[in-house]
Design a protein around this ligand. Sequence first.
Ligand SMILES: Nc1ncnc2c1ncn2[C@@H]1O[C@H](COP(=O)(O)OP(=O)(O)OP(=O)(O)O)[C@@H](O)[C@H]1O
Ligand SMILES: [Mg+2]
Length: 454
Amino acid sequence: MKAKILVIDDDTSLRRVLEYNLQEDGYEVQTASSGEEGLYLFGQSQPDLVITDMNMPGMDGLMVLKSIKERSPETLVIMITAFGTVDVAVEAMKAGAYDYITKPFNREELKLTVRKALEFNGLAEENKRLKSELSDKADFRTIVGSSKEMEKIFEVIRKVADTEAAILITGESGTGKELVARSIHANSSRKDAPFVAINCAAIPRELLESELFGHVKGAFTGAIRDKTGKFQLADGGTLFLDEVGDLPVELQPKLLRALQEKEVEPVGGAKAQKLDVRVVSATNLDIDKAIAEGTFREDLYYRLSVIPIHLPPLRERRKDIPLLIRYFCSKHGSEKVTFAKDALETLVMYPWPGNVRELENTVERLLIMRNGDNISHDDLPDKLREGNAPGGALIKLPDEGYSLEQLEREVVVAALERKSWNQAAAARFLRIPRHTLIYRMEKYGIVLPGNNQR
Ligand SMILES: Nc1ncnc2c1ncn2[C@@H]1O[C@H](COP(=O)(O)OP(=O)(O)OP(=O)(O)O)[C@@H](O)[C@H]1O
Ligand SMILES: [Mg+2]
């Protein structure tokens, strides 16, 4: 069934562009030239998605959004905002917009945002169904994100999920590596076969070999019966080797053989078993360093990482934060909770050393501790508020240390965002000459938004 999209924009040519591009992707499109007309059509045709311009004479985008959300909270609304109006975008997200696109945008950006929103809608309904079926064990496998960084990852997942290629997922703790691994499995033709996970860092090395490959009775003292390994359990499905960077060096040749020969030998067993297993692995270690230090075999690394997927830390894709917050609210049954503007801004600007996991825990705690349905800046945990308090520590460094270059890059981007990407203003804000700012931007590959090379 074709998804129905309602486009509301007072700018005739932009309306045509939107209509044309969306029709090209097979959607049924209706257009309206004002907020009032849009709402009328909305009542008539019940579209799946509404795309509305923010700035319109008469009823503006925010008013349209609010009345749509009142009538039909499920309907997804995407806002079109003017370049440099982050505040407005944040306000729209707060009022329940699913996402926003900043003018000028390119067609790919538009199409991806729309596709993502409609997929999200499908998944949200699927989740609701699952939730009612399983009540207490709702299983959320949705990866939320609309940043360019995450879009790239979705594209890779779509492309490689249904292949046999080994995938290595890297990224800091809490960035969603396991979630991505599960979604690769769920999007492959192996989805009805088992997804078996093993954490190579959590199992003592003496036990790890038989956990992975199994053992036969009598293989060693204490092996009182045959044991099936994770490899055998995953036959026909996917084996997720979590924290693979911590795999002891002496087990690495055996894993390499299993991958090359597609067969495993249980400990103490005489003959190898042929298996059909797709391997996805993950690590938050710096594998290049481990290879240089000789704790990880280079040949094994190449076997495991035919397709590498790197999940950037949350602080490098802040656009996802408002969306994730909304998602976690509804995941925890609190769709109607709203966030005050300054509270949301602080949540967006916090560096999140524990990434999405830390964000989810924070939201969950806020939902439990709240008095009422609006969360204010005062409700935020101390460590978030302190970062913002005048005279308080400006940054909170993670315990494991932090790269000064990375920090500098973030400060430059933050200043540019604050000053709507006006370089002269950002340079003044940072108290450096403009050419120094431009030099830093080049050094870190920071490109003005809207430049298609990004
Ligand atoms: N993009 C996302 N959308 C929704 N939920 C997410 C997203 N990324 C992470 N999460 C949630 O955050 C939590 C942490 O994710 P996950 O366990 O996949 O991280 P990880 O990278 O494997 O972390 P670690 O290295 O510590 O094992 C999970 O509850 C996961 O569902
Ligand atoms: Mg993990």
